[in-house]
Design a protein. Structure first.
Length: 235
């Protein structure tokens, strides 16, 4: 087991070095002028709150975003259903639009927050107001770990749940919303890790060893900046 962990660690290290070297070799992505960027809403995962996005929020603000807001879902333990949490996101998005005067917003959802955001976009009209949606390690096809927990929201994250089947049946899920899926094949929270793949989304895979590290890895943070700041459709 120790040898396996060493091999995985070296693979992650070398993969990270390869990505870093490649990024040095190319110029930084061209970002849209600040006035053309949409306000950003950040939606956390189970057991977290708005502070889970402290690094990403700081990274976006450093890159010039004037309006970045992270919601704290209540409750955050999976005891409440995904649709109820999705309505909280809808209200926060409307409040953000009202404060900024923006017609549309960008949304980044992590883990359960990605599934909550997906439900809002697909089934509660979010596709009409969301310009870009980035899902980071969301359980879109469920996770086996949900069988070990309790609560309405937790049960809805089990593979094959009624909620997941309803989302998968939607023939035109996104409307004009541009959707991106960021995930790691080494995720030990989303089981299998491929459950984070999102049909119809542009996809990026990252060699990140642990689920929570997807919110702290510099490659992921830089990719969020690149996608949300793109002056054209980022594909």
């Amino acid at each position: 087991m120790r040898e396996l962990l060493v091999v995985l660690g070296l693979a992650w290290l070398f993969s990270g070095c390869a990505v870093t070297a490649a990024s040095v070799a190319v110029s930084a992505p061209r970002l849209a002028p600040v006035e053309q960027r949409a306000p950003v809403l950040l939606v956390h995962g189970i057991g977290d709150d708005a502070s889970a996005f402290d690094l990403l929020r700081a990274r976006l603000e450093q890159a010039g975003w004037p309006h970045v807001h992270a919601i704290s879902l209540v409750p955050n333990n999976g005891s409440e259903g995904i649709p109820t949490l999705a309505r909280q996101v809808a209200r926060e998005a409307e409040a953000l639009r009202a404060r900024t005067g923006a017609r549309r917003v960008d949304v980044v959802g992590f883990s359960m927050g990605a599934l909550v955001t997906r439900y809002w976009v697909q089934l509660l009209g979010g596709r009409l107001v969301v310009r870009r949606f980035i899902s980071i390690s969301g359980p879109h096809a469920g996770t086996g770990l949900a069988f070990l927990g309790r609560g309405k929201g937790v049960s809805q994250m089990r593979p094959g749940s009624r909620l997941l089947r309803a989302l998968q049946k939607d023939p035109r899920p996104w409307g004009s919303t541009e959707v991106h899926s960021f995930w790691t094949p080494w995720d030990l929270t989303i089981l299998p890790a491929s459950s984070s793949r999102l049909p119809g989304a542009s996809e990026r895979r990252f060699p990140v060893l642990l689920h929570p590290w997807m919110l702290t890895d510099s490659r992921v943070l830089d990719s969020v900046v690149e996608v949300l700041g793109s002056p054209s459709v980022a594909r």
